[in-house]
Design a protein around this ligand. Structure first.
Ligand code: FE2
Length: 427
């Protein structure tokens, strides 16, 4: 019998499964899909990679980033206070000079940087508070341009508030007509609490009208009275849109009194709203008005995870007015979550790894085509690690990135050599 012709064969893989169990297998890929997974495949391919027992994982999922502002740190000035609100002011000035090429060049450079670190699925917000919708149009063009190696979702995000300017609500609707994948919002930054509530209702109306997902920047503030998550939750319950809805940041949840927080956690069990936490950014932006004790300003990741809500993690910012650091590496994000959310137990660290992989896929609603299984698109990464704990602890190098069945990036792990004369060192 003729052997099937493969394009790519991976030998001696340690294949990671969602439960963090691991099996030793070979993986065959043909026509962009995974065609066989077994301990020892009896076949060949033009390209065979000996994985040497390293960890094979589904790609990282970046479920919250702002590509339109990426790589602009210091333009036109640096954020001196380190606050969210100074960041918004700086971005308001920087976006006056946006051009399509400017947005596209920075977005593609960032996406390549992310892909080389194993990220193949990205949800980016695009600011639609600017009258020419340049950020949105740029990212929609990029979505098309990169689709052969990267899946990009674009959220129409009214950075200055849906009702913060006379045209903002119209611009949001225009953005959806142009093809944004999701409706965004920022209720805690609207002019009044009532505007914030009204904005959430409008977001749900628009999502139903245009059949789009929802991803709201929700309660990204230390104010323990910022309570728009309950409005998002109520709209999700009444509309039945649970899994299509994401509440991003929800940092005020970390400041709520426990009586209210526990009530909210109980009510949240009635919906399947997704949560995205951005620990790198929130640990630096939040708590800036506190003296001591100083709050961490991060949502209740551990408690949400413990009660079975879908929680994923995002980088949020990569060298922009809110955060001048960052490379797009999702293991940096997972590591920060382990620390800030105090998730240092082994099952908790495995959970943090899942939050930058499977859970992210669920947030993006792409879980049906995500994962390393026969018949699914061949998207996978090879890490210089033996398991998720090892990957997080050492921020392991992503050695190979395979997208749609093609090897698109390779990185050699750095090696160190001991050079000192031992007799001198020991003295
Ligand atoms: Fe954000």
């Amino acid at each position: 019998m003729a052997q099937p012709s493969n394009d790519l064969l991976l030998r001696r893989c340690r294949l990671l499964h969602p439960t963090a169990s691991i099996t030793d297998v070979d993986i065959a890929i043909a026509d962009g899909r995974i065609v066989a997974i077994a301990p020892q495949l009896d076949c060949t391919a033009p390209l065979e990679l000996d994985i040497q027992g390293q960890l094979v994982s589904p790609p990282f999922v970046e479920s919250h980033v702002h590509l339109d502002s990426a790589l602009t740190a210091g333009e036109p000035r640096w954020n001196q206070s380190g606050t969210l609100f100074e960041g918004i002011e700086i971005w308001r000035d920087r976006k006056q000079t946006l051009t399509l090429d400017d947005v596209k060049e920075r977005a593609i450079a960032t996406l390549k940087q992310q892909a080389m670190q194993g990220v193949l699925f990205v949800r980016s917000h695009a600011d639609v508070s600017e009258k020419n919708l340049i950020a949105l149009q740029g990212l929609l063009e990029v979505r098309e341009q990169v689709k052969d190696w990267m899946t990009l979702q674009v959220v129409a995000f009214p950075q200055d508030g849906l009702y913060g300017g006379p045209q903002n609500a119209e611009l949001m609707e225009e953005a959806l007509k142009l093809g944004a994948d999701a409706v965004g919002g920022i209720p805690h930054y609207e002019l009044t609490r009532e505007d914030g509530v009204r904005s959430v209702h409008r977001i749900f109306e628009l999502a139903e009208k245009y059949d789009r997902l929802i991803d709201v920047h929700c309660d990204e503030i230390d104010d323990d009275q910022s309570r728009f998550l309950e409005v998002v939750m109520a709209c999700a319950i009444r509309s039945g849109m649970g899994t299509e809805v994401t509440a991003s940041h929800t940092t005020a949840f970390g400041s709520y009194n426990n009586a209210y927080a526990f009530k909210l956690l109980g009510l949240l069990q009635r919906t399947q709203v997704n949560f995205v936490s951005n620990p790198l950014i929130n640990i630096t932006l939040q708590g800036r008005t506190d003296t001591y004790p100083k709050r961490r300003g991060v949502t209740r990741v551990k408690e949400l995870w413990q009660q079975g809500q879908n929680v994923s993690l995002g980088h949020d910012c990569i060298q922009d007015p809110w955060y001048s650091l960052g490379t797009g590496n999702m293991l940096d994000v997972a590591t920060m979550a382990v620390h800030v959310c105090q998730m240092t137990g082994m099952s908790e660290m495995n959970a943090c790894y899942n939050m930058v992989t499977w859970n992210g896929a669920k947030t993006l609603q792409i879980d049906d085509c995500y994962g390393i299984e026969v018949g699914k698109p061949a998207n996978l990464i090879v890490l210089d690690a033996i398991d998720p704990y090892d990957a997080i602890r050492r921020r392991a190098t992503v050695r190979y990135v395979i997208s749609r069945g093609k090897l698109i990036a390779q990185t050699d792990s750095p090696t160190s050599h001991w050079k000192a004369d031992t007799s001198v060192v020991t003295g």
